[in-house]
Design a binder for this molecule. Structure first.
Ligand code: ZN
Length: 478
């Protein structure tokens, strides 16, 4: 289908000056040409990328898990009842789209489990196609350390019999053998890839996977060229564990087993050391920074400026934990910029860095596409913002348009989101699914089924304090 998008201002990509009154011709999902045209009150920029997310179904405050550090927060996710995976994924992807995101990494750490996994994966893929965003399903692989990063027998002994029974039943199931988990990824990929959907290996993180599993994934990824997405060094406790476990260094270890290359993206990396940044930069892996999430679950602050200084490719992630629990990727972009941009006159993250970080580098992590600019031949992934609203209060007429987006752009300014030439959001509404109706349905299901997790709710205070004791105890004091 051929069409033309009008731009009062076009921000075509990193390091490019804004151009006024442009017409962007689109055909077959790509940009055909960009010529002088008429404005029609819109600012057009590349669609935003969300390179780390989990297709999560609820916000923290909905289940009382706001203000809990990561290691204690993860078990709280079990409070959420299982729901239909199409419903949960469609809500998550549609919210992402409404927030300006055209490409999302669904690191699928929460399997609903109402059916076998291939059936569930098909439902997730259908949700992404119905919404119309590009989606990578990073299939969760995990077979180690189900409760803490260490043996959990001592922690279990701290719990009352009732809490211990619940925790054992809910968290300590025998994992599926590594080879089976890894083989499943290729099978799912053969089944669901296409139409904007791709599949990646999604090992949970080094502390959650056996050496056997990680090596299998390194090998399989090299053989198939399939991309890999995983958590890395999100908290100081993970750093502590990694240093105890890998005397050669955790990043060296990943390099040794084939998991440090251009196909790989790492979420968080808050506790990386400078030499590890150098190695990541050299190998061309991507670091995904999740500023809001890191604040909310008290993990720390990723040194985004340092990553860039060391030459690392960096991308933005929302991790299902946007600052205002609203999946607003424009606000996330502003937060990341304001937190990291400069110290006085020393610029650490330039606007060009930031543009790449928030848009095309995320799409690269999700899809492997390398285009950085809205130019002929590039994928037609465009975000249109309401320029009239953004500029309504201007006094000086020549304020750079990207300054305005960074200063005040929020999802309420999103007019249209076009992905591969197709309307995903039109006039502020998600086109492919009825988001408000799905949200109402999801909330009703979650409330109705909430009693099914009453056992976890009862055990949680004890588990939380045992986890606190574990991570503030002798193992982690050194
Ligand atoms: Zn995450």
């Amino acid at each position: 289908m051929k069409r033309t998008v009008a731009a009062s201002w076009l921000l075509s990509g990193a390091g490019r000056a804004a151009t006024a009154n442009q017409a962007i011709a689109i055909g077959d999902g790509r940009i055909e040409n960009v010529t002088a045209g008429e404005g029609k009150g819109s600012l057009v920029m590349p669609a935003l990328g969300n390179a780390h997310d989990h297709a999560r179904i609820a916000r923290l405050s909905q289940v009382g898990s706001y203000d809990v550090p990561l290691e204690a927060w993860l078990p709280y996710l079990t409070l959420l009842p299982t729901v239909d995976p199409y419903l949960s994924s469609a809500v998550s992807f549609a919210r992402s789209a409404r927030g300006g995101v055209g490409a999302v990494m669904a690191h699928y750490t929460r399997v609903q489990g109402l059916t076998d996994f291939p059936t569930e994966a098909r439902a997730v893929a259908k949700a992404a196609r119905d919404v119309g965003i590009r989606m990578a399903l990073a299939v969760h692989c995990r077979d180690l350390n189900p409760l803490v990063y260490d043996p959990h027998e001592k922690l279990l002994a701290e719990l009352s019999p009732a809490a211990c029974e619940c925790v054992t039943r809910r968290f300590l199931r025998k994992p599926v053998p590594a080879a089976e988990q890894v083989a499943m990824v290729e099978a799912v990929a053969r089944d669901i890839e296409g139409g904007g959907v791709t599949v990646q290996y999604g090992p949970a993180g080094v502390q959650w996977c056996t050496d056997e599993m990680l090596r299998l994934i390194g090998k399989a990824s090299a053989a198939s060229n399939r991309r890999v997405h995983m958590h890395l060094l999100e908290t100081k406790y993970q750093r502590n564990w990694a240093d105890r476990t890998f005397p050669q260094g955790i990043v060296r270890y990943l390099d040794d087993i084939g998991l440090l290359n251009e196909r790989v993206s790492f979420a968080h990396c808050i506790y990386l050391r400078p030499d590890e940044m150098d190695l990541i930069a050299e190998r061309g892996a991507t670091i995904v920074v999740n500023t809001s999430s890191n604040f909310i679950v008290s993990s720390g602050l990723a040194p985004l400026g340092e990553f860039i200084k060391h030459g690392c490719r960096v991308a933005m992630g929302l991790d299902g934990l946007a600052m205002d629990e609203d999946e607003d990727a424009l606000r996330e972009m502003r937060l990341a910029y304001n937190v990291h941009k400069a110290s006085g006159f020393d610029i650490r993250v330039s606007q060009a860095d930031l543009m790449r970080f928030a848009t095309t580098n995320g799409r690269f992590a999700v899809t492997g596409m390398k285009d950085e600019v809205l130019a002929p031949g590039a994928p037609a992934d465009l975000l249109t913002l309401d320029w009239e609203a953004l500029s309504a209060e201007l006094i000086e007429p020549n304020v750079p348009p990207f300054d305005l987006v960074l200063a005040k752009g929020v999802k309420q300014h999103v007019v249209d989101l076009i992905v591969a030439g197709r309307d995903v959001v039109r006039s502020g509404k998600v086109v492919g699914v009825d988001l408000p109706a799905l949200e109402t349905e999801l909330l009703a299901v979650l409330r109705a089924k909430y009693p099914t997790t009453a056992d976890v709710r009862a055990a949680m205070p004890e588990l939380k304090s045992a986890l606190r004791k574990h991570y503030t105890g002798p193992l982690y004091c050194a």
